[in-house]
Ligand binder design. Structure first.
Ligand code: SAH
Length: 242
């Protein structure tokens, strides 16, 4: 009994791995958030769709598990990497009583990597990913992690920087980072990575504080060495002689 958990990368088929494409070919049933299924429409034509809303992850994984038990070969797809704020962990939890189901996790390009490539090379040294969503993590914990990342001089990729209900989270996050970092710290935002309408901006931490972003955006905060080189965001690794 096989259940694939597939990271499809940031956008359409172009940024998927060959392994992900091959696994999808094996499946007759695909579970995922509607937007992600639409992004890979041409690869899942004719397959049964298990489609639920954004916040129905448990239902989606349960339905995928049950379809696998009914003899289907099922893929649960997440954008980016399925293990980075994705469904991989939940799938293992939902299948805790079903050791006969073999779960194969197939990695994908996460937004930190695909968005970093759009900006230049912001994450060439130690970096941290922090999600600003407090749906599953208390806000105080998020604040503490932001503080620690800033104190450690990590570059930071901020996932889920805002949503309709959380309009001021980025501002609050910037205020915490500004306790440690200077307002001149180089920052970038990338929206719709790998999708139609991909855009990016380069800015500073001081200005980022007052920017409006949405949930289709990943935000990058540089470390103390990050700079702009020919219009791109770069964190030097420290090589000498350049
Ligand atoms: N599993 C995904 C992350 C899911 S959390 C991954 O590995 O990339 C959802 C957040 O990821 C979004 O709010 C946004 O911050 C980021 N994200 C995912 N795909 C994106 C894309 N194509 N463009 C910009 N940001 C994206």
């Amino acid at each position: 009994m096989k259940l694939y958990c597939i990271g499809i990368g940031p956008g359409g088929a172009e940024q998927m791995t060959l392994r992900a494409v091959r696994a999808l070919e094996q499946c007759d049933c695909v579970a995922g958030y509607g937007l992600y299924l639409d992004l890979i429409e041409e690869l899942i034509e004719g397959k049964t769709r298990i489609q639920t809303g954004m916040t129905r992850e448990v239902d989606r994984c349960t339905a995928a598990r049950d379809a696998a038990k009914d003899g289907h070969t099922v893929a649960v797809v997440s954008s980016g990497d399925a293990g980075v704020y994705g469904m991989a962990g939940l799938l293992f939890e939902v299948c805790v009583q079903d050791p006969e189901i073999q779960i194969e996790v197939i990695p994908g390009i996460t937004a930190a990597c695909s968005g970093g490539a759009v900006l230049g090379a912001p994450l060439t040294n130690d970096f941290a990913c922090v999600s600003l969503s407090d749906l599953l993590t208390p806000w105080e914990v998020i604040e503490q992690r932001l503080r620690c990342a800033a104190q450690g001089d990590f570059c930071i990729a901020l996932y889920n920087p805002a949503s309709k209900k959380r309009v001021d989270h980025l501002q609050r996050a910037c205020d915490i980072l500004l306790e440690t970092l200077t307002p001149e710290t180089v920052c970038g935002t990338v929206r719709n990575i790998g999708r139609d309408g991909e855009t990016y901006t380069l800015t500073t931490l001081g200005a980022l504080r007052d920017m409006q972003v949405d949930m289709l955006t990943t935000v990058f905060v540089g470390n103390s060495r990050t700079r702009v080189i020919n219009g791109r965001m770069v964190t030097p690794r420290g090589y000498r002689g350049v």
